[in-house]
Design a protein around this ligand. Structure first.
Ligand SMILES: Nc1ncnc2c1ncn2[C@@H]1O[C@H](COP(=O)(O)OP(=O)(O)OP(=O)(O)O)[C@@H](O)[C@H]1O
Ligand SMILES: [Mg+2]
Length: 328
């Protein structure tokens, strides 16, 4: 049986195939005909249309804040991705990464979607376990670790050992919130309306939490007063506030989790530091900013966005570990 680890994220789907490595990284979105609901495009092809569709097409993200919101579209998209990575029909066992504390109902949706997409055996593991495995750090029952994953739609943070989660939570905060806030901020500061793709590009290109960082990018948009196209140069400083607001929110909640820990666990946290993952951790200076706020060392893996699916890859290659971290 072919083994896959699947991170069906709010923004990006990542797939790891045992024996091959990462075989797919594509936006979790579809374009649909507005009138009939018929799916017209999948993944990267659909994402290119965000903010540019006319009256006949919508671009839809079937996973919202880490939860499946449209099972039919999610199943069609997953089936498309699976066809792309495994070609012919194979019997597939897949480990799905789900948010920390994912409810039975939410997992049921993942299960139904996976089954309709043709997956024979469906398993689940929570984000924090896979994040730390993605750092290439072994899990043990006696050495608690602390992980923060900041994705597009949600942030998972947890302290845990191989024996289970000690304290953790999932917040509906991520890169999407920052993008929306950037749109509002640019409108206020420059009287310019920019689109969601431009806002995301700004965050990913000039976004920085380094003091006095001064990168800039020319962006095009629509003048709010005249309605005419106009461009402005936006700097790191212009997008700092939206980035800082959400990073502060995340560190605030991380502090709440950390404050509740038993003394021995706190001691281990101090020694081991924080394991960061998720695309938003690409923001320059974010790891140092979080480390300073929480007064702990913060570790970044080589590829923050792929850490979870790489951790999933490690788990599907080790049956004992896999069975230990899988949810019931
Ligand atoms: N260089 C970058 N700088 C800042 N943010 C980035 C960068 N690259 C990607 N991102 C952001 O990371 C997010 C996607 O990360 P990731 O793939 O971890 O999320 P996801 O798994 O799809 O979402 P979730 O875990 O919330 O379901 C998007 O908001 C994207 O804009
Ligand atoms: Mg994710």
């Amino acid at each position: 049986m072919l083994k896959l680890a699947i991170d069906f994220g709010t923004a990006m789907t990542k797939i790891y195939k045992l024996g091959s490595g990462i075989v797919l990284s594509e936006p979790t979105c579809v374009s649909v005909a507005r009138e009939t609901g018929e799916i017209r495009g999948f993944g990267s092809e659909a994402k290119r249309l965000v903010g540019k569709t006319g009256e006949f097409t919508d671009v839809v993200f079937p996973v919202y804040e880490g939860e499946i919101v449209n099972e039919k579209q999610a199943a069609a998209l997953l089936e498309y991705f699976l066809k792309k990575v495994i070609g012919r029909t194979f019997s597939v066992e897949a480990l799905f990464c789900v948010p920390c504390g994912c409810s039975v109902e939410a997992r049921e949706k993942y299960y139904n979607v996976a089954k309709s997409a043709g997956v024979s055996r469906v398993n689940f593991a929570e984000t924090p376990y896979l994040a730390v495995l993605g750092h290439d750090v072994p899990l043990s029952e006696s050495n608690p670790v602390f992980a923060i994953d900041i994705g597009a739609g949600k942030t998972s943070l947890a302290t845990f050992t191989l024996d289970g989660i000690i304290a953790g939570l999932t917040m509906n905060v991520g890169g999407n919130n920052i993008d929306i806030h950037i749109i509002d901020h640019i409108a206020e500061r420059y009287n310019l309306k920019i689109g969601p793709l431009t806002a995301e590009k700004l965050k990913n290109t000039v976004g920085s939490l380094v003091d006095h960082d001064n990168q800039s990018m020319l962006v095009n948009g629509r003048d709010i007063t005249t309605g005419r196209p106009r461009s402005v140069t936006v700097s790191s400083e212009d997008v700092l506030f939206p980035i800082r607001v959400y990073t502060d929110k995340i560190t605030e909640y991380a502090e709440i989790v950390l404050r509740k820990l038993p003394a021995e666990v706190s001691a281990a946290m101090c020694k081991n530091g924080i394991f960061l993952s998720g695309g938003v951790c690409n923001i320059i200076g974010l790891a140092d900013y979080v480390a300073k706020k929480l007064q702990m060392e913060a570790h970044l893996p080589n590829d923050v966005q792929m850490a979870i699916v790489l951790g999933g890859g490690r788990a599907i290659g080790n049956r004992a570990l896999h069975d230990k971290i899988c949810m019931e």
